[in-house]
Design a binder for this molecule. Structure first.
Ligand SMILES: [Zn+2]
Length: 369
């Protein structure tokens, strides 16, 4: 690993690990949950809110920022950290997932992908080299190799997309020029253990500073997801961080850490907040529900976040009914705090060697509502 990045494992409990990933913008304690700031903003929150809930690593989306305002403009304005006023570590994805899920695909070939912008229909082309050039302009600490997400149940397509992902990962390694960014490779292969095994072996052989598992949480069952994580993590090197992309409910964090995952990200906490839903230690709450109209209780009695320390369920329900913007902010603060805090509790439990008892107790409580 280059002098700018290092990963130190502090303790483990079974396959669960507690560590530190060091980057030019600070240390990332792992396991960690990273809030998603798609458009260089975590929706409805200021950086001050994010500091208050102890956010550390933030994710931003290459596809969106390339289309608007443009990666060259962000580079001209001093890079993403300065542009969005986030001094701590940032991770950018490669744009692959959004090109395949949002962009109207014109053509996929071995060289790259031609797609139409979801904003104005204009034609664009991403290649591995282009995805790296954009991410170098954005300037995040962790950048991702350009990958192709397949239909997870289509074996022939999953194999083809996996092979292309491997070829593209090698080209990303060649294209990268900045030393202050860590490139992570991505394992693909749909729901097929044999493909995932081959993919993990290939991506591990690139000896990158970290490795990711892509193409999960896209419609497969939890059992299938857990099997794939186990197959892949049995192969990925122990001494590099492992990032499970786009996965992040409280249950997913516990189940992922139990199988050796270190980094998570997900839009779910802020997306749920805009749809009136909150995580609690006893499951999910719909705060728009009439039963909360007279409730003086906070969202979660055990939670130490700003929202739970100051506001009742009745007040938040009123904001939702009156369509006030503050409801999304208050629920987002709570939902993100809950996941960030859970990752920290998990980390502490691993360090104290009691994660194996913490995990089943927490999972049981989550299913209680
Ligand atoms: Zn709270």
């Amino acid at each position: 690993m280059s002098k700018n990045f290092s990963f130190e494992l502090l303790e483990n409990d079974g396959d669960a690990r507690a560590g530190i990933f060091r980057t030019p913008h600070g240390e990332i304690p792992t396991p960690i949950f990273a809030p998603v700031g798609t458009q260089a903003t975590v929706k409805s929150l200021t950086p001050a809110h994010l500091h208050e809930i102890n956010a550390n690593l933030i994710l931003a989306n290459t596809y969106h920022l390339y289309l608007r305002p443009g990666d060259e403009l962000i580079s001209e304005l001093g890079g993403l950290h300065k542009f969005m006023s986030w001094p701590n570590p940032i991770l950018t994805d490669s744009g692959g997932f959004q090109v395949f899920s949002l962009g109207g695909i014109n053509k996929i070939d071995d060289e790259g992908v031609t797609f139409k912008s979801h904003i104005d229909g204009a034609k664009h082309r991403f290649t591995p080299e282009k995805a790296i050039a954009i991410q170098e302009n954005l300037g995040a600490d962790i950048i991702m190799a350009f990958d192709e997400c397949s239909e997870p149940y289509d074996q022939a397509y999953s194999e083809k997309a996996m092979q292309r992902t491997h070829n593209w990962a090698q080209r990303c390694v060649q294209a990268k020029t900045r030393q202050d960014q860590a490139l992570f490779g991505i394992v693909q292969g749909g729901i097929f253990p044999e493909l995932r095994q081959r993919s993990a072996e290939f991506i591990a052989s690139l000896d990158l500073p970290g490795n990711a598992i892509g193409g999960l949480s896209v419609g497969e069952t939890k059992e299938e997801m857990h099997t794939i994580i186990e197959v892949v993590n049995a192969i990925l090197p122990v001494n590099k961080p492992r990032y499970l992309m786009g996965v992040g409910t409280p249950e997913d964090l516990i189940n992922g850490v139990m199988r050796g995952i270190d980094i998570f990200d997900c839009v779910l906490p802020t997306r749920l907040a805009r749809h009136k839903a909150a995580f609690t230690r006893n499951g999910r709450l719909n705060l728009g529900n009439a039963k909360h109209a007279h409730s003086t209780q906070p969202i979660d009695a055990m939670c130490t976040c700003y929202t739970c320390q100051n506001f009742s369920r009745a007040y938040i329900r009123h904001l939702i009914a009156a369509k006030e913007l503050l409801s999304a902010t208050l629920i987002s603060i709570h939902n993100l705090h809950m996941l960030i805090d859970l990752a920290q509790e998990i980390r502490q439990a691993i360090i104290e060697k009691c994660f194996h008892t913490f995990a089943p107790t927490y999972l049981l409580a989550l299913s209680n509502l």
